[in-house]
Design a protein around this ligand. Structure first.
Ligand SMILES: *Cc1c(COP(=O)(O)O)cnc(C)c1O
Length: 396
């Protein structure tokens, strides 16, 4: 460990985020890393080319820009190495391709990000991998589903859209007893609010598209591995030829510098609005792990150090045939909340969530599920906007 690294390891999170990943002295004192656009890297002589005896050899294998971001992520995740990929979805699919082979069995949480399920049910299936979904509340009960050929257990906590919490430590312990790799999509919490590798996970996955980017303008994924799994992950990445671009890597590192400050605000505003929603007669339930009323709250409190700004609520309806009409009336009346996918940016978004892909998790039957990404706007303005939505839904 360099002197700078050991100093930073004991520093507060804002100090770490302001200084990790790049040492200005290494590049003429410029405080940010250079954006290196490259394919070719030149060698001094033929012998050097033959032995590849220099830090950089070809840009698919990293540049000073991508290294700066990977180092910053490693410091946050406590990982042995990180790869960059062009989207959060690729950050899920690449480790699955790295660790699964034909004839293997994989266990994937039922509340998983829907495109992850699509990859499992199409491409993984075609490649001869059997995928089985499990209840997010399974905990140590996962043991009953482990088979001799179970090679990988994929977790995501909280789950996408409905935010079910998982007992990551219990699940990792079972998986490891059976020799399986544990992957976790940690996009919701970011490594600031949950550090997967400290809870037994082998591979931590992040859609950097969300909070690290913070501005709804970059797609990128990061995959961070512990020492035992780093070499295989790295080799798979090199074999597949999937890498992060220099400009996007630069922007994500830039986003990290302010990520804790932004997350604090996202968290504060989201909790304020979640509590306001909980008090309303026309809201059936609020699905936000940081609320004591949420079924997985105890696990969240035990393992997480914060909550991000995305959660869902269930609109109250009189009968099931009103689900779509009320949800659409609500959404169409909003003007500050945009209707759009993704989250983690500075502006608020709302989505009517579809859950028809779930096979085990109970889909809420008390009303339509509306997901909110609470941005950095002033909460009084957001609450006024939501109020207009409730008025419109109430008139249906
Ligand atoms: C958004 C998201 C992804 C995918 O990220 P993209 O960059 O949009 O591909 C993966 N996992 C989770 C949990 C997400 O929310």
């Amino acid at each position: 460990m360099t002197e700078k690294k050991s100093k930073l390891a004991n520093a507060g999170i804002n100090t770490q985020l302001a200084h990790n990943g790049f040492t200005p002295k290494d590049y003429h004192g410029f405080i940010n890393p250079p954006v290196v656009h490259a394919s070719t890297v030149l060698f001094d002589n033929a012998r050097g080319m033959e032995t590849r005896a220099q830090p950089y050899t070809y840009a698919t294998r990293g540049t000073p820009t991508t290294d700066a971001l990977c180092e910053a992520i490693d410091e946050l995740e406590g990982s042995a190495g990180t790869i960059l990929v062009p989207s959060g979805l690729a950050a899920v699919t690449v480790p699955m391709l790295a660790f699964l082979s034909a004839g293997d069995h994989a266990l994937v949480v039922d509340s998983v990000y829907q495109p992850t399920r699509h990859f499992c049910d199409t491409m993984l299936k075609r490649l001869g991998v059997t995928v089985e979904y499990y209840d997010p509340a399974i905990g140590a009960g996962l043991a009953a589903l482990m088979k001799p050929n179970t090679r990988l257990v994929h977790t995501e906590s909280p789950g996408s859209n409905t935010f079910e919490m998982q007992d990551i430590k219990a699940i990792s312990d079972v998986a490891h007893r059976h020799g399986a790799v544990v992957t976790m999509d940690n996009t919701w919490a970011t490594p600031l609010y949950f550090k997967p590798l400290e809870h037994g996970v082998d591979i931590s996955i992040h859609a950097a598209t969300k909070y690290p980017s913070g501005h709804s303008d970059i797609l990128m994924g990061t995959v961070s591995a512990n020492a035992q799994h780093w070499e295989q992950l790295k080799q798979a990445n090199i074999t597949l030829g999937i890498c992060g671009s220099p400009d996007d890597s630069y922007q994500i590192l830039r986003g990290l510098r302010t990520m804790n400050l932004r997350l604090e605000r996202h968290q504060e505003s989201a909790l304020h609005i979640a509590r306001w929603l909980e008090q309303r007669e026309d809201v059936s339930r609020v699905l936000q792990p940081a609320l004591p009323s949420f079924p997985g709250h105890d696990l969240w409190k035990r393992d997480f150090t914060g909550a991000s700004g995305i959660f869902s609520f269930i609109l109250k309806v009189d009968s099931p045939d009103q689900f779509r009409a009320k949800a659409h009336a609500f959404l169409d009346a909003l003007s500050l909340f945009g209707l759009g996918w993704s989250w983690g940016g500075y502006s608020s978004l709302a989505v009517h969530v579809g859950l028809s892909d779930r096979t085990i998790t109970k889909v809420p039957e008390d009303g339509p599920v509306l997901r909110l990404q609470i941005g950095l706007e002033d909460t009084k303005d957001l609450i006024a906007d939501l109020g207009v939505g409730f008025d419109a839904a109430g008139s249906i």
